[in-house]
Design a protein around this ligand. Structure first.
Ligand SMILES: Nc1ncnc2c1ncn2[C@@H]1O[C@H](COP(=O)(O)OP(=O)(O)OP(=O)(O)O)[C@@H](O)[C@H]1O
Ligand SMILES: [Mg+2]
Length: 271
């Protein structure tokens, strides 16, 4: 294959009916078994994400958000249900095909940035491309430069992760997620390790990427950031619930917690 041959990702992208969702989950379940304990992390998830959407996922700790993102990212497998990625049944893919989808179609952004400490910014960003066939060094460098420009970090390409602020490291991680032109970006608490200024700036960047056409699915605890998404998904106890149910369940949980934590405050409020 020559360097200017179309890569697999864009070839499948062009073949796809534009109405086919990128992600289609039907009745997906995930159970973790540890010793004698069965945790139903996901119970009957139905979810479609179309090209160009920006979806946020919120919900209390332990409700299954990261588990869902791992399944979407083909990092883990469900125990039941069906998952179609761009119309293709994920269940039927062999290990190398799954790896190929992860490498070419999915960009991951993690809370802890997960940059490799002894590699420069440019090498970190270029890493996903080194696992692909048919990309020359010059092509790779051009793509890395473009991705770093998009996140405003081109001037730091020779730095190492430890020489950057948290916000800058996350920008570099976003560039690494973008470099392969994936079909979707999956972000798990992308602002979770950042102070509010850097968090806002990274969110602004994700908003810009969405405005430029990227498809995003983001888990966040922060309601302000969740609201920036055009579609908000609420999870509770391994299920997707509507907003009203979410507020009711949260309210009930808070009341239980207040009662548990003792009488004085509760008694004061009752007065
Ligand atoms: N590898 C695992 N083995 C066993 N149980 C797991 C595993 N991963 C997750 N779980 C359990 O599955 C449930 C959902 O976990 P998950 O990490 O998806 O929650 P979360 O919504 O991302 O929480 P947080 O907001 O705290 O990140 C939890 O009860 C968790 O303990
Ligand atoms: Mg999580």
């Amino acid at each position: 294959m020559t360097s200017n041959a179309p890569n697999h990702a864009s070839a499948t992208r062009n073949d796809m009916d534009p109405k086919t969702p990128i992600i289609a989950l039907e009745d997906v379940r995930k159970i973790f078994l540890t010793e004698d304990v069965e945790t139903h992390a996901l119970s009957g998830i139905h979810l479609d994400i179309a090209a160009g959407e920006f979806v946020s996922i919120t919900g209390p700790s332990g409700c299954g958000k990261s588990t869902l993102l791992s399944l979407l990212g083909l990092l883990d497998e469900p125990n039941g249900g069906r998952y179609r990625f761009k119309g293709r049944a994920v269940e039927g893919l062999r290990a190398n095909e799954r790896a190929q989808v992860r490498n070419q179609e999915i960009g991951f952004i993690f809370q802890a940035f997960n940059l490799i400490g002894d590699m420069s910014v440019a090498d970190n960003v270029g890493l996903p491309l080194t696992y692909r066939d048919g990309i020359s060094k010059a092509d790779r460098e051009a793509r890395v430069a473009r991705a770093l420009e998009r996140v405003g970090m081109a001037h730091r390409m020779r730095h190492y992760p430890a020489q950057l602020s948290g916000g800058q490291q996350q920008r570099v991680a976003v560039a690494r997620a973008l470099v392969g032109e994936p079909a979707i970006l999956l972000a798990d608490e992308p602002t979770g390790n950042l102070d509010s200024h850097n968090a806002e700036s990274v969110m602004e960047l994700l908003g810009e990427l969405h405005a430029q056409g990227s498809t995003l699915c983001m888990v966040t605890h922060d309601p302000r950031f969740a609201e920036l998404a055009e579609r908000r998904i609420y999870m509770f106890d391994g299920r997707i619930v509507d907003e009203e149910t979410m507020h009711r369940l949260r309210h009930e949980e808070e009341r239980r917690m207040r009662a548990l934590l003792g009488g004085r405050r509760v008694a004061e409020e009752a007065r």
